[in-house]
Design a protein around this ligand. Structure first.
Ligand SMILES: [Zn+2]
Length: 101
Protein backbone atom coordinates (compact mmCIF):
# COMPACT_ATOMS: atom_id res chain seq x y z
CA UNK A 1 0.00 0.00 0.00
CA UNK A 2 1.35 3.39 -0.93
CA UNK A 3 1.51 6.27 1.50
CA UNK A 4 -0.92 8.17 -0.70
CA UNK A 5 -3.39 5.26 -0.67
CA UNK A 6 -3.11 4.93 3.08
CA UNK A 7 -3.80 8.61 3.53
CA UNK A 8 -6.82 8.52 1.24
CA UNK A 9 -8.27 5.64 3.25
CA UNK A 10 -7.47 7.31 6.58
CA UNK A 11 -9.04 10.60 5.49
CA UNK A 12 -12.10 8.85 4.11
CA UNK A 13 -12.59 6.87 7.32
CA UNK A 14 -12.10 9.95 9.48
CA UNK A 15 -14.70 11.76 7.38
CA UNK A 16 -16.94 8.66 7.78
CA UNK A 17 -17.60 8.57 4.05
CA UNK A 18 -18.02 5.21 2.35
CA UNK A 19 -16.23 4.29 -0.86
CA UNK A 20 -19.44 4.51 -2.96
CA UNK A 21 -20.27 8.02 -1.70
CA UNK A 22 -16.73 9.25 -2.22
CA UNK A 23 -16.61 7.75 -5.70
CA UNK A 24 -19.84 9.50 -6.56
CA UNK A 25 -18.51 12.83 -5.27
CA UNK A 26 -15.44 12.44 -7.47
CA UNK A 27 -17.31 11.16 -10.48
CA UNK A 28 -15.30 7.95 -10.63
CA UNK A 29 -16.17 4.28 -10.29
CA UNK A 30 -16.01 2.87 -6.74
CA UNK A 31 -13.45 0.34 -7.94
CA UNK A 32 -11.20 3.28 -8.85
CA UNK A 33 -11.28 4.55 -5.26
CA UNK A 34 -10.52 1.02 -4.01
CA UNK A 35 -7.54 0.85 -6.38
CA UNK A 36 -6.25 4.20 -5.12
CA UNK A 37 -6.51 3.04 -1.53
CA UNK A 38 -4.76 -0.26 -2.22
CA UNK A 39 -2.00 1.52 -4.14
CA UNK A 40 -2.86 -0.34 -7.35
CA UNK A 41 -3.51 2.98 -9.09
CA UNK A 42 -2.53 6.55 -8.34
CA UNK A 43 -5.10 9.34 -8.64
CA UNK A 44 -4.25 12.37 -10.74
CA UNK A 45 -3.21 15.54 -8.92
CA UNK A 46 -6.52 17.09 -10.01
CA UNK A 47 -8.45 14.26 -8.32
CA UNK A 48 -6.39 14.65 -5.16
CA UNK A 49 -7.35 18.35 -5.13
CA UNK A 50 -11.02 17.30 -5.12
CA UNK A 51 -10.31 14.60 -2.52
CA UNK A 52 -8.75 17.23 -0.28
CA UNK A 53 -11.90 19.34 -0.48
CA UNK A 54 -14.32 16.44 0.00
CA UNK A 55 -12.37 14.89 2.88
CA UNK A 56 -11.36 18.22 4.48
CA UNK A 57 -7.63 17.58 4.59
CA UNK A 58 -4.87 19.79 3.18
CA UNK A 59 -3.79 18.78 -0.33
CA UNK A 60 -0.13 18.55 0.72
CA UNK A 61 -1.04 16.12 3.50
CA UNK A 62 -1.97 13.47 0.91
CA UNK A 63 1.60 13.67 -0.40
CA UNK A 64 3.24 13.26 2.98
CA UNK A 65 2.83 16.81 4.23
CA UNK A 66 1.76 17.88 7.68
CA UNK A 67 -1.90 18.07 8.63
CA UNK A 68 -1.40 21.87 8.90
CA UNK A 69 -0.84 21.90 5.11
CA UNK A 70 2.90 22.55 5.13
CA UNK A 71 5.37 20.13 3.61
CA UNK A 72 8.47 21.34 5.34
CA UNK A 73 9.74 18.57 7.60
CA UNK A 74 12.81 19.13 9.70
CA UNK A 75 14.59 15.93 10.61
CA UNK A 76 15.27 15.67 14.28
CA UNK A 77 18.76 15.27 15.56
CA UNK A 78 19.52 11.53 15.38
CA UNK A 79 21.68 11.89 18.49
CA UNK A 80 18.87 13.41 20.51
CA UNK A 81 17.37 10.43 22.33
CA UNK A 82 14.21 12.30 23.22
CA UNK A 83 12.94 11.79 19.65
CA UNK A 84 12.25 8.38 18.12
CA UNK A 85 14.39 7.43 15.15
CA UNK A 86 12.96 8.70 11.88
CA UNK A 87 10.82 11.37 13.50
CA UNK A 88 10.59 14.84 12.05
CA UNK A 89 9.19 18.15 13.10
CA UNK A 90 6.97 20.30 10.92
CA UNK A 91 8.78 23.52 10.08
CA UNK A 92 5.50 25.44 10.09
CA UNK A 93 3.59 24.23 13.15
CA UNK A 94 6.19 22.19 15.05
CA UNK A 95 4.09 19.03 15.03
CA UNK A 96 6.07 15.82 15.32
CA UNK A 97 5.39 13.12 12.78
CA UNK A 98 7.12 10.15 11.29
CA UNK A 99 9.60 11.41 8.77
CA UNK A 100 8.49 11.04 5.18
CA UNK A 101 10.50 8.42 3.34
ZN1 LIG B 1 2.55 21.41 10.48
Amino acid sequence: MTALGERIRKAREEATIGVPALAEGLGVHRRTVERWESGEREPSRAKVRVLALLLRKPYEWFYGGCICGANDWIRTDPYDESYPEGAALCGACGREEGAPS
